[in-house]
Design a binder for this molecule. Structure first.
Ligand code: BGC
Length: 737
């Protein structure tokens, strides 16, 4: 043996055997996780791997090494941790070190409906299927983490990202998010719930300091995140850009260490929003685990070389780095990153399009049908006028931020044409023109603001067509250039002079249906009195047009219910009524506290245009026999509330029974109504069912910020069953002792 051999042979061979062993252990840990491997075994395996890592290797796990990945440990067969944007489809590939799309042929995906559309279904099973399909697509694209769901509370109607979020209500938010995450993570991908927390406006999101009181934090903003940890074992959190109470969310000891990790027992990783890290030591000590970003030199990231220096200097203890690396490995093992049996996923399958269709069709909301124009009758209508750019506009990609390169997107006009074939003559005209003005919003940002002037020639053309048709459908609303990440809308105005078009067409053809394609509240008060048939259609994914055509012609009976309040005017909604939007001196004080959304409108007795939970059907439902199994409960009990729902029309349909609570003897301000349960029932004509909702008495509590705990006060509580928050069909009083 040469000198070299004698010196290096034994260590090298030992190292190879060792690496093989560890690589095998790593792989086998993942293999069995979803079958027999227990949490305890995963954690033990994580520890054994951690012991083999150098400090440098651990730190490499904690920051981006490309736009959407962080480093693995090659020598142990641990690959990069790869993420992709959601939340409504897997984003196309961009270059490793820039946001430039790679323009591949292979990175298209199913485009799923917008967040509020999913919430509008009020269907937990659909949320699970949505997550499952998204999980399969995440895996098929070779990703480990899907950056979604996006669950910020819809606090103001004009927040740019409302189209991603679910709702203004914390209970509905949690119910939908939990099933979405469970579905997604069942496919060996990690969900990354975002944006933790209070990223409720895009205006100055990088700096704004949200001053929110503890009770509102606990009752309104935190519940979805807590449920994601405790009911869905979510594997990743994304720290938001903004500050909360003076501290950036990615270095906020209270939110990350105290609440998330200590109080709730979160085991996964906290990932910074892209570029949301502002320090090394504070972020490291205060709970951030992985820094992702947009800067080029990855070694300069706060959690790269500067973290190594801080550890060497003693500013960040090694134990903190170990904890973070342990969490990264835990996520990897939990979603089987190097396992040969890992779900390999599938993309754009008929099942995924079916899920997109089911969500789209169940999410469409029938806001008004006072003259029973809808559904249109195929036997009677010979000539149908269709107007509006949103008849043909696709919504998968536009505006700033993540979109989906959709494998297909059927816009409404195409959906209608596919449906009626030669049976009905469709006459389409543009109706309005999508025109924008470029506005400078500072920091070298220019946004496209929709022009609200009407195009008279287009209106004249539409009117002439409408006069000679049996019915007309106008597709108005907005698009993803108007509702976008990065900026808020200026107001709630309908864009492009749509109100004028609608009024002119209705005047010559009263059989006019107006369909709003938008995913946040708009000012409909101007058109509401003249329109008798109004549908809300969302940015509704790959099968948007198919679903819309089925609803318009009655093959699908609409069952969507609004997941937010549609105010008469912007000033009616709490943040605007109290002048707390967008804040002053980079501070937004959430003065409305717990009175967010319908909690505000009900308590302040402000009439909304359409209330939270509102949505009609082509049939009618009656509610009767609302009752509870007892009259008196103690705090540990669960109330069994039942109500009989009957379909008294002549079409099959679905109704979402909403259960609201009011604490009649509260010693503190409590909203007039708080959603505490819901159940969606499908009923044939004439059929009735007893709907049963289980309500743990503890869920009736408020958060007492004096003693920092949840309190159920003894006394009377009213439990209400409603078809919306303003359409209460029956109530019952119970007593808590
Ligand atoms: C958004 C995140 C997104 C990230 C990566 C940020 O600007 O706020 O939601 O996941 O970019 O694209």
């Amino acid at each position: 043996m040469s000198n070299w051999n004698s010196k290096y042979f034994i260590p090298v061979i030992s190292f190879l055997i060792f690496s093989l062993f560890v690589g095998y252990s790593f792989i086998s840990a993942g293999t069995t996780q979803n079958s027999s491997f227990t949490q305890f075994q995963i954690e033990a395996k994580v520890d054994s791997i951690l012991n083999l890592l150098t400090l440098k290797e651990k730190i490499a796990l904690l920051h981006g090494n490309s736009k959407f990945s962080s480093t693995g440990v090659k020598r142990l067969g641990i690959s990069e941790l790869k993420s992709a944007d959601g939340p409504t489809g897997v984003r196309e590939e961009v270059e490793r070190d820039s946001w430039e799309p790679l323009n591949l042929e292979t990175d298209s995906a199913t485009f799923f409906p917008a967040g509020p559309a999913l919430a509008a279904t009020w269907n937990r099973d659909l949320a699970f299927r949505f997550g499952e399909a998204l999980g399969e697509e995440t895996r098929a694209r070779g990703k480990d983490i899907l950056l979604g769901p996006s669950v910020n509370i819809i606090r103001t109607p004009i927040s740019g990202r409302n189209f991603e979020f679910f709702t203004e209500d914390p209970y509905l938010n949690a119910e939908i998010a939990v099933r979405y995450i469970q579905g997604l993570q069942s496919k060996d991908a990690a969900a990354c719930i975002k944006h933790y927390i209070a990223n409720n406006q895009e205006w100055m999101r990088w700096q704004i300091d949200v001053q929110v009181d503890e009770r509102a934090l606990r009752e309104i903003y935190l519940p979805v995140y807590k449920a994601a940890v405790q009911k869905a074992d979510v594997l990743a959190f994304m720290g938001a850009y903004n500050k909360v109470r003076g501290w950036y969310c990615c270095e906020n000891d209270y939110l990350l260490n105290k609440v998330l990790k200590e109080e709730w027992g979160f085991k996964g990783v906290v990932i910074s929003d892209w570029g949301a890290t502002h320090s090394t030591v504070d972020a490291a000590l205060n709970g951030l685990d992985i820094e992702m970003g947009t800067r080029e030199k990855y070694e300069n990231y706060f959690f790269a070389d500067p973290l190594m220096k801080a550890v060497k200097k003693g500013d960040v203890p090694v134990s903190i780095v170990n904890d973070k690396a342990r969490r990264v490995l835990y996520v990897m093992l939990s979603c089987k990153t190097t396992d040969s049996n890992r779900c390999s996923g599938s993309i754009g399958t008929p099942e995924h399009f079916q899920t997109a269709y089911d969500v789209a069709s169940e999410g469409i909301v029938l806001l008004k049908n006072s003259e029973k124009i809808l559904p249109l009758d195929r036997k009677i209508i010979k000539r149908l006028a269709i107007f509006g750019e949103n008849g043909t506009h696709c919504h998968a990609q536009e505006g700033f931020g993540a979109g989906v390169k959709a494998l297909k997107e059927i816009p409404p006009l195409q959906g209608l044409e596919n449906k009626v074939g030669d049976e009905i003559e469709i006459r389409y005209a543009q109706g309005y023109e999508e025109k924008y003005n470029l506005i400078d919003i500072g920091r070298r940002w220019k946004i496209r603001v929709p022009d609200s002037t009407a195009n008279r020639d287009l209106i004249r053309e539409a009117v002439e067509i409408a006069k000679n048709c049996d019915a007309a459908v106008i597709f108005g609303g907005s698009n993803r250039s108007i509702e976008s990440e990065g900026f808020d809308r200026k107001d709630m105005k309908l864009p492009f002079g749509q109100s004028e078009l609608i009024k002119a067409v209705v005047e010559v053809n009263p059989n006019t249906v107006v369909v709003m394609i938008a995913s946040a509240p708009y000012d409909l008060a101007g058109i509401e009195p003249v329109v008798s048939a109004l549908l809300w259609g969302w940015f509704n994914g790959s099968e948007a047009g198919t679903a819309m055509a089925d609803v318009i012609f009655g093959d699908v009976n609409p069952s969507g219910k609004l997941p937010f309040t549609m105010p008469v005017k912007l000033k009616d909604s709490p943040a605007h009524a109290l002048n707390t939007y967008p804040g002053e001196n980079m501070t937004a004080i959430y003065k409305e506290g717990i009175l967010v959304g319908y909690r505000w409108f009900d308590t302040k007795e402000i009439e909304p245009l359409y209330p939270f939970g509102h949505g009609l059907s082509y049939t009618r439902f009656t509610y009767s026999s609302i009752q509870t199994d007892q009259n008196i409960y103690s705090v540990d009990d669960t109330i069994r509330l039942s109500v009989t729902v009957k379909n008294i029309g002549d079409r099959a349909g679905a109704e979402t029974v909403q259960i609201y609570m009011h604490d009649a003897d509260a010693s503190v301000v409590r909203p007039v109504k708080e959603l505490k349960g819901f159940e969606k029932v499908f009923l044939q004509p004439g059929e009735e069912k007893e709907v049963c909702v289980l309500l743990p008495v503890r869920d009736l509590a408020f958060f007492d910020d004096q003693v920092m705990t949840w309190v159920v006060e003894p006394g009377a509580f009213e439990l209400m069953a409603g078809a919306s928050s303003r359409d209460i069909r029956g109530s019952v009083f119970i007593n808590v002792q």
